[in-house]
Design a protein around this ligand. Structure first.
Ligand SMILES: *[C@@H]1O[C@H](CO)[C@@H](O)[C@H](O)[C@H]1NC(C)=O
Ligand SMILES: *[C@@H]1O[C@H](CO)[C@@H](O)[C@H](O)[C@H]1NC(C)=O
Ligand SMILES: *[C@@H]1O[C@H](CO)[C@@H](O)[C@H](O)[C@H]1NC(C)=O
Ligand SMILES: *[C@@H]1O[C@H](CO)[C@@H](O)[C@H](O)[C@H]1NC(C)=O
Ligand SMILES: [Zn+2]
Length: 664
């Protein structure tokens, strides 16, 4: 827990409130000072893939897996909003809204534009997805937010700009995410998931709302962001769920009929308000009225909320101080701002997230590791694609290799940032779909990059992209006797890179761009790598050479196989562990009993670094008497405190590379 440090921060100090717009603060409902104002937030949470793929969710396909259809949700909500000016709705995931928008008639698009201008349909968060905060890289977070926000801006203008960040479902929250949101100009952040004990404490001490100081380095208030913990995750209060998926009673308001329940509903609601008000500081309360894929039949929700509002507010004539209305997170935030409070300050993460004892959501930090790697690599490739597109313009899009388009990979990367994607918590078929999207994005970028390189270099080469070097596979370099290697450096500084290409020759001549010979080595592909690649590649050797690539530049090397045999040493399985190996910079010592690394010495600086290397694994819990919780994709739960050795002794192979003096 934090100390008791309090800081007075006026909301909106970091961002700017845009007043005077039709959609701005003045469209918010009246919330009189003497009353307890309850902001009902009609909302739906639409995962960009989870149990079903993003496209299946959009269309409502495969409803036997999970009943969910985003197109129907938007159809239904929009028609409800058009019928009644009091109603409001927020929408969050631009990946879905973009799909829907592209399929609407011009007439309906005009109607929706009006709803946005009037502040009744409000975009919240607005990124392509609601990104994860633990397994993502900040560069891809910025890209996916940019993609969604640019779509909203070009479609709806300033009124389409979300003021509030809404991370109701990600599994814990990072300080860096708060800093990014603050720097993007958001006025506040709301979320649902935090450690259960932290939440209990915050409720008790009325610290559910705070100012999150996102950075130690940026001067306040640059990375400061008002942050609110929602009272019920992102669900409605218990007893008030009126979606078709819920089983709470509707409001049955004809006294002549059986099961008339108006008095009970009103009493329950007033008691929910009373309880919630004990955890929050102002005379405003926020209630999320919705949940996963709800509002497919929006009438159910709105019809009952209409009655709730009328019935509860009618009690004011009898002295009730509770005032309920349709609202949005930005209107709630405006009310807090006007309350002119001081808020506790928060400086660290909301990680790890536990929703109970033995339920730490840290499993997803490592779930589906190969997808996590592919996602990171795809980010690098997208930056290359973007840069070459910017450098060569239209010539990159349409050229000798066909039509290339960076937006395929950009959208696939946006989808991959979703909190069930890069986290590895989606079903296998959905993970396959995420991979396939990235793969199609790579293809489109490869065409674009071929066009761009050909334009920049003034030649039409037969480009081959070696995308499986992680398992030493590149059919082209394995078979070709001579070829060129072209390297592009997307960084703003020069890079020295060890090129490793699967080959089948034993000796090579490598020439740099001005014909100078480049020192190279040929080493065998290990049996371990062969076991991983299986029948995908045939290379027996790898050609290794060092390339220096200028910032944002291209380096080209010519490679030719020499017929000379020899100079090549097969790896020896050592019968005895080596005590050490060294070059002129480093010496690495090994434990003579286990073969594991025992120390590293920097020979130039004379520094010794003792080091113990061990390989362990945790056995997963299958649930026990203490808790039924099993270890899985979301939650990491070892079945005992002690770790198990993967192995106590390792096998050591020594690959000796004959030093080849520079040719000529
Ligand atoms: C207010 O209280 C009176 C007396 O108890 C009752 O008759 C009336 O129905 C109440 N009004 C509402 C709106 O509940
Ligand atoms: C806000 O509160 C401060 C003291 O905390 C006070 O000086 C200031 O006048 C208040 N502003 C408004 C608009 O009420
Ligand atoms: C190698 O990378 C590809 C994509 O670039 C990926 O699909 C594959 O799983 C990776 N192989 C291994 C063994 O990690
Ligand atoms: C942990 O799991 C292993 C099996 O994977 C089992 O042999 C062992 O008894 C378990 N330990 C505890 C403390 O449950
Ligand atoms: Zn979700």
């Amino acid at each position: 827990m934090e100390g008791t440090l309090l800081l007075i921060v006026i909301l909106g100090a970091a961002g700017t409130m845009h007043l005077g717009e039709a959609c701005g603060e003045q469209t918010c409902p009246a919330a009189p000072d003497g009353l307890m104002n309850v902001h009902l937030i009609p909302h739906t949470h639409n995962d960009v893939g989870w149990l079903k793929t993003v496209d299946q969710y959009y269309y409502g396909a495969q409803n036997y897996i999970q009943h969910a259809g985003v197109q129907y949700i938007l159809d239904s909500v929009i028609s409800q909003l058009l019928l009644d000016a009091k109603k409001r709705f927020i929408y969050v995931e631009s990946a879905f809204f973009w799909r829907w928008w592209n399929q609407q008639s011009e007439g309906l698009k005009k109607d929706v534009q009006n709803l946005v201008q009037e502040g009744r349909l409000e975009f919240i968060n607005g990124g392509w997805t609601m990104n994860d905060e633990a397994a993502t890289h900040y560069s891809s977070i910025i890209d996916q937010m940019t993609l969604g926000l640019k779509f909203l801006q070009s479609t709806f203008g300033e009124c389409g700009r979300p003021r509030v960040a809404w991370h109701i479902d990600p599994f814990g929250h990072s300080r860096e995410q708060a800093s990014l949101f603050a720097q993007m100009g958001y006025d506040g952040l709301f979320f649902g998931r935090l450690d259960y004990q932290d939440k209990e404490n915050r409720e008790k001490n009325k610290q559910m709302e705070m100012v999150w100081r996102g950075s130690d380095d940026l001067n306040p208030p640059v990375a400061d962001l008002f942050t609110g913990v929602l009272p019920n995750g992102y669900n409605p209060p218990s007893g008030f769920c009126w979606d078709q998926f819920c089983s709470d009673s509707p409001i049955m308001d004809n006294p002549l009929m059986e099961d008339y329940n108006v008095d009970a509903v009103v009493t329950n609601f007033l008691s929910v308000v009373d309880q919630q008000s004990q955890h929050y500081r102002t005379n405003h309360l926020i209630m999320t009225m919705g949940s996963d894929f709800q509002y497919e039949n929006a009438n159910l929700w709105f019809k009952n909320m209409d009655k709730l509002i009328t019935l509860v507010n009618a009690q004011q004539t009898n002295g009730s101080k509770v005032n309920v209305f349709y609202s949005t997170p930005s209107c709630y935030l405006n009310s807090l701002n006007r309350a002119n409070m001081s808020w506790p300050i928060k400086t660290d993460d909301f990680f790890p997230y536990a929703d109970g004892a033995h339920m730490f959501w840290t499993g997803y930090f490592t779930s589906r590791p190969t997808f996590k790697r592919y996602e990171r690599l795809s980010n690098n490739f997208l930056q290359v694609c973007n840069q070459l597109e910017a450098l060569t313009g239209m010539a990159a899009r349409n050229g000798p290799y066909g039509t290339g388009d960076s937006s395929v990979l950009r959208r696939a990367m946006g989808v991959a940032q979703h909190h069930d994607a890069v986290t590895g918590t989606a079903k296998q078929a959905v993970a396959d779909d995420y991979n396939f999207r990235l793969y199609k994005g790579w293809n489109s970028c490869q065409t674009l990059i071929s066009n761009a390189l050909s334009n920049l270099m003034g030649t039409k080469e037969n480009f081959v992209f070696c995308t499986l070097l992680n398992i030493s596979v590149c059919p082209f370099s394995e078979a070709a006797k001579t070829f060129n290697v072209i390297l592009y450096n997307p960084l703003g500084r020069s890079v020295t890179w060890n090129v490793r290409l699967p080959v089948n020759g034993r000796k090579y001549l490598v020439l740099g761009s001005s014909g100078e010979p480049i020192r190279n080595e040929v080493v065998p592909v290990s049996e371990f790598t062969k076991a991983v690649r299986r029948d995908k590649g045939q290379a027996e050797q790898e050609l290794i050479f060092q390339a220096v690539i200028p910032p944002l530049g291209i380096s080209k090397f010519a490679v030719g196989a020499l017929t000379t045999q020899g100079l090549f040493v097969k790896p020896k399985k050592l019968l005895q562990y080596p005590n050490s190996i060294q070059n002129k910079y480093y010496q690495v010592d090994f434990d003579p009993g286990t073969g594991l690394i025992a120390g590293i010495r920097n020979l130039e600086k004379g520094i010794s670094l003792p080091l113990t290397q061990s390989l362990y694994w945790y056995k997963a819990s299958a649930g026990n008497a203490g808790s039924a919780q099993v270890s899985g994709a979301y939650i990491f739960r070892p079945n005992q405190t002690e770790v198990e050795h993967v192995t106590q002794k390792v096998q050591t192979y020594l690959v000796e590379v004959r030093k080849i003096p520079p040719l000529h």
